[in-house]
Design a protein around this ligand. Structure first.
Ligand SMILES: [Cu+2]
Length: 250
């Protein structure tokens, strides 16, 4: 009897060794549903965010993270300890402003430690935002450099001019986030389709009401640079968009 058991054990070990570390794809955890639902457009902020998975997850390492439209981490959470099966993750959401959000999940299967990632999006109060008229009080803004059509060298120095208070018209630095942006708008610099929202600390004063932001190195070729004031919530342009095409010489 004893030798028979040993044979079974050795047989199992042999089978495992043959399989190696590879695990079948069907054992990966997948998102079953979420609250808010993927793509949901809410009129009010949710009190929590929940995500249900197809199987039990490891408590350690599995995570749910909430990002705003700037890809800034707003809140994070993990396995809901109140659900015994450990297949639900949860974020006790902080007070969320109107805007677009993305929830990224990292789920580690409890049975085989296989990680899987995914995400879903939702928005709050965006329907109302769309119909909101643009802000009346927008300070003047000019794009001084690069000049339209001018050849430029890397890195590219973008110079803007505004009489406005730049500290109140830019993203707050670091942890300050958008808390100091009482003006309701902030500076956007667009290079082709890439958005920069430089905080005041990243702007160099290069003259009265003139501020420089250095970008790059950019790939050689023609790039379109745009500067404008953007709404703090929608990040859409408020007021005129100033555009310059410049040829970067590598
Ligand atoms: Cu923005």
């Amino acid at each position: 009897m004893r030798s028979f058991l040993w044979l079974v054990v050795w047989g199992l070990l042999g089978a495992l060794a043959t399989l190696g570390p590879a695990t079948p794809a069907w054992s990966h955890a997948s998102l079953v549903k979420s609250s808010p639902a993927s793509g949901a457009s809410l009129s009010e902020a949710p009190s929590e965010i929940r995500a249900w998975f197809s199987e039990e997850l490891k408590v350690k390492g599995s995570a749910l993270r909430l990002y705003d439209s700037h890809q800034k981490l707003i809140a994070s959470g993990g396995i809901d300890p109140a659900v015994a099966k450990h297949d639900v993750m949860r974020i006790a959401a902080p007070h969320l402003a109107n805007g677009a959000y993305q929830v990224k999940w990292h789920a580690i299967s409890a049975d085989d430690n296989e990680p899987k990632d995914g995400s879903f999006k939702f928005s709050i109060g965006m329907g109302a935002q769309m119909t909101k008229p643009p802000m009346a009080d927008v300070p003047p803004l000019q794009l001084l450099a690069p000049a339209n059509g001018a050849p430029v060298k890397n890195p590219v120095a973008v110079v803007v001019e505004t009489p406005g208070d730049i500290d109140r018209l830019t993203m707050g630095g670091g942890m300050a986030g958008m808390s100091g942006m009482d003006s309701g708008i902030h500076l956007h610099i667009l290079v082709d389709s890439l958005v920069f929202m430089p905080p005041a600390s990243k702007l160099t004063k290069v003259g009265a009401s003139r501020y420089q932001y250095v970008i790059g190195p950019l790939p050689a070729g023609t790039h379109t640079i745009k500067v404008f004031w953007a709404d703090n919530k929608t990040h859409e342009a408020v007021g005129p968009v100033h555009t310059a095409k410049c040829a970067v010489s590598g």
